[in-house]
Design a binder for this molecule. Structure first.
Ligand code: NAP
Length: 296
């Protein structure tokens, strides 16, 4: 990404210090890159310490500034406290938090184990709340203004067959966004969310399109997937101090997909038992490979 991809003046986010959960890969990395390019100090966390550290190094080499990677599992409040203590003492208070970390995989709901349900719900719903609670208590105690952005899905409005734990958990974070925008609004803390359509990433393809092949929604009204700078520009807008009056909103960026087609996984109703067995094998082998790299 270059500054020409962004619609803002250089230095727009100067003085901001923003933590992006799951910032080592995919959409989190793209948003962190845009924040860094516009002058923010960025912190990235994920379970694979090597991934966040490498991303931080690459972003600094490309754009200068300060990017720091932290191995931290958002499901663990103690690990979050340790990470935030370190950021506050070594760098200073965060001014923004992006709840982007998530897990998801396609499955018939009757095939899910409770462990499978928890794997998703604990990252998305509890993980986002864990982050918000620890950051929020610090901001409230210090009387700081701050902004929280959560990355959701359009399924918060219409549900999603075959990704039910994700639909339930993302809906919880949507409710948190609306609720805390009111509860903490008079103390200067804003809450907004983005519901992206299809922005192909390696992580998303591995578990949501395990059959492989091109993952383009041909039924998208615009006939294409999202482009990363489009998402980055919206994230910067929502995190900028100039958007301070905007709070409690979840904004879709999906080329009209959700209004046209529901934007979810309803089409998997046509999969056979064999399709589901193949999908499960592909997801399990990807999970095993990722576990090898985790440091938390
Ligand atoms: P991704 O690359 O797989 O990103 C997920 C990130 O979350 C990874 O960096 C992962 O790193 C991190 N993560 C997972 N569990 C974690 C945990 N317990 N603690 C800390 N970090 C954790 O996928 P993506 O497509 O960029 O997705 C990013 C966000 O966008 C997600 O919230 C997703 O639901 C949302 N979204 C994406 C799309 C799309 O089309 N791409 C569409 C709608 C919504 P580790 O494995 O190292 O922990």
């Amino acid at each position: 990404m270059t500054l020409d991809d962004l619609m803002y003046r250089p230095g727009l986010l100067q003085g901001q210090r923003i933590l992006v959960t799951g910032g080592g890969t995919g959409l989190g990395r793209v948003m962190a890159e845009a924040f860094l390019m516009l002058g923010a100090e960025v912190h990235l966390c994920g379970r694979r310490g090597c991934v966040v550290e490498q991303t931080a190094q690459e972003l600094m080499q490309q754009h200068g500034g300060l990017a720091v990677g932290h191995a931290c599992d958002v499901r663990q409040p103690d690990a979050i406290e340790h990470m935030l203590d370190g950021i506050w003492s070594r760098h200073g208070a965060l001014t923004g938090l992006v709840n982007n970390a998530a897990g998801n995989f396609v499955s018939r709901t009757e095939d899910l184990s409770m462990r499978g349900f928890d794997a998703i719900a604990n990252i998305v719903m509890r993980g986002s709340f864990n982050m918000v609670l620890d950051c929020g208590r610090r901001w409230l105690a210090e009387g700081r203004r701050a902004s929280v952005l959560s990355i959701l899905t359009t399924w918060v409005w219409n549900g999603s067959a075959f990704t039910v734990p994700s639909a339930m958990a993302k809906s919880g974070v949507h409710a948190m966004t609306q609720s805390l925008a009111v509860e903490w609004g008079n103390r200067g803390i804003r809450f907004n969310a983005i519901a992206p359509g299809l922005f192909p990433t390696e992580g998303m393809s591995a578990r949501l399109n395990p059959q492989g092949g091109e993952h383009v929604r041909k039924d998208n009204p615009m006939g294409r997937n999202g482009r990363m700078p489009e998402l980055a520009n919206l994230a910067v807008f929502l995190m900028s101090a100039q958007a301070e009056y905007l709070t409690g909103q979840t904004i879709a960026i999906d080329g009209g997909q959700y209004q046209a087609t529901g934007g979810n996984f309803a089409a998997l109703s046509s999969w056979t038992d064999q399709d589901w067995a193949h999908a499960r094998d592909a997801i399990e082998s990807r999970n095993a490979a990722d576990r090898q790299l985790r440091t938390t």
